[in-house]
Design a protein around this ligand. Structure first.
Ligand code: AMP
Length: 219
């Protein structure tokens, strides 16, 4: 089953991607995590990516296409993968379609802006696994420490109000047309498109997702 998760920053894509990948054994591909790993390599490309991400701007398609291409050709992605953060624009969606990368399901998380801001400010991440926490809504057992490895958690540098405002604008301008494209693809019978209220509680969302995946099991 090949799945795309769509949603604005803070809509819960990452949290639900963890749920899907752990419970349905589907490789989780987060382009944000891949880009942050490139930054940590301290290459020239990493420096350029760091600058763009810190401003809330999108990284150029050619970088994303290389990352995606090399990841999904790996053996574990032959039958299933879960894309979190890609595609984000119509041109990225067309990249998948034009390269015959067939997608079965698109899940779009819708969350009101006020809730998105509360969720992003206070979000913490375990850098090497991408595991997410929140100081108020999902605190780790020990403050500032990952529950599983005992390693330190960090706040993402782009999770601040000014970068967030820009990320919301980018989302409206570039991702909303992509959503319209997937709604059309759904009407044409090319894939399943599902909209989920991402402000519902996590257990309810897990349940809805489980039903969607079970319904599409044959893929
Ligand atoms: P995320 O972890 O998905 O919120 O992504 C963090 C940042 O990485 C975004 O704000 C963008 O700057 C960059 N990024 C991640 N995925 C993409 C993408 N598909 N296209 C362009 N930039 C991306």
């Amino acid at each position: 089953m090949k799945i795309i998760l769509l949603g604005a920053p803070g809509s819960g894509k990452g949290t639900q991607a963890d749920y899907i990948s752990n419970n349905f054994n589907i490789p989780h591909i987060s382009t944000g995590d891949m880009l942050r790993k490139e930054i940590n390599k301290k290459t020239k490309l990493g420096e350029e990516i760091k600058f763009l991400i810190s401003q809330g701007k999108l990284v150029p398609d050619k970088v994303l296409f290389l990352l995606i291409k090399s990841r999904i050709k790996k053996k574990d992605c032959k039958n299933s993968f879960l894309l979190d953060g890609f595609p984000r624009t119509l041109s990225q969606g067309m990249y998948l379609k034009n390269n015959n990368i067939k997608i079965n399901i698109v899940i779009n998380f819708y969350v009101p802006t006020k809730v998105l801001i509360e969720r992003v400010i206070g979000r913490m991440v375990h850098p090497s696994s991408g595991r997410l926490y929140h100081s108020q809504f999902k605190p780790p057992k020990k403050e500032g420490i990952d529950d599983i490895t005992g390693e330190p958690l960090i706040y993402r540098k782009d999770d601040n109000i000014s970068s967030l405002k820009y990320r919301f604008l980018e989302y409206k301008k570039k991702t909303v047309p992509l959503i319209k494209f997937y709604i059309k693809e759904n009407k044409l019978g090319n894939l399943g498109y599902y909209k989920i209220e991402g402000s519902d509680n996590i257990t309810k969302i897990n349940y809805l997702i489980k039903n969607i995946l079970q319904k599409n099991k044959k893929n």
